[in-house]
Design a protein around this ligand. Sequence first.
Ligand code: ZN
Length: 378
Amino acid sequence: MEIIRSRSKHYFLYLLTFVLILILPSCQKKDAVRIPDLRFTPGVYPNKDITDGPFVFDNGNWHTVKWIEKNSTVIEKTMNEENSASFEADFGFSFDLVNAFLNDPFQIDYVQEFSNVKNLVAISDIHGQYEIFISLLRSNNVIDEYNNWSFGQGHLVVNGDVFDRGKRVTEILWMLFKLEYQAKQAGGKLHYLLGNHEVMVLNNDLRYVDSKYLSTAEKLGTSYNELYSKRMVIGQWLRTKPVIVKINDMIFNHAGISPDFVDQNLNPEMVNRLFLENIIDADSRTIDKDPLLDFLAGSDGPVWYRGYFEDDGFSVVKLNSILEHLNSHYIIVGHTSMEGIKFYYNGKIIAIDSSIKNGMTGEVLIYNEGVFSVGTIR
Ligand code: ZN
């Protein structure tokens, strides 16, 4: 009898353990459901020793390429037409892309208007969170499992603030550089808009730069700002990027178009020009002295404005006059962090900074033949 009782006690314990195994994971899931499984995110470069880079200095016919291995060793190589393919083994993409960019006439189109776009995905405020960025693009069929463009003639909008806060800014910039090229080949388009953090880095305001990057710059014997100067390939590339883009009846802009923008009778083309010609690389005192530049670079300008969400005086009437001025139906902004993609003012303002910066998860806005939806990590 004693033996039987002790056995049944054991059976009870087994049963209890079994039930707990069944119940516990579903309890945990409630908190963890929005957290992506980072174990399945891809590596960045085939050479696993690379921890930052490449930083490509444009010297005309040849380029100096520098990168950092194992967080400490600086590698420096010269790249020319003959050996550019060998860099593919380290970085996984051909430096022919660099040549393709540099061989293209350096023309900036300040008019950024696109029509008849059927499919679009928009993401904002990535802030160095490479893993989430890749997971979101893969989950929503913008890139394939090898991180190559798979979105055909679709448009991908990156609505500013790739820089600062996180630790994998360089990787995202090169990924975008590559995707821009691949999208163009496929008849699609990548739009990378300048946010306040791009403008800050280009203008040497390094308040939010992660310490990793200050140390990278030090190892390379330069300043962080110099890593994005006009001498650098990525620096030149960033200086071709717009602040306002119109696609179909949607205005994309990092922070928002304020009522003052309309009062001053500004238009996207003027603003794209003024940012690239008069604000980027300008001395802050020069900007402050000019009322128009001061407005554009300031808190009511298109890379800092938060009025749609934080100004009690903002109204549907004001929004309608802005939309009318821009001849558009929707304004899509990042900059002001939300829990996910949010629709305001009857869906006319779409806020797409889904707090990717926290490094937990994020969302993208999907546009498919006139219908909006939200894309998550799957
Ligand atoms: Zn911002």
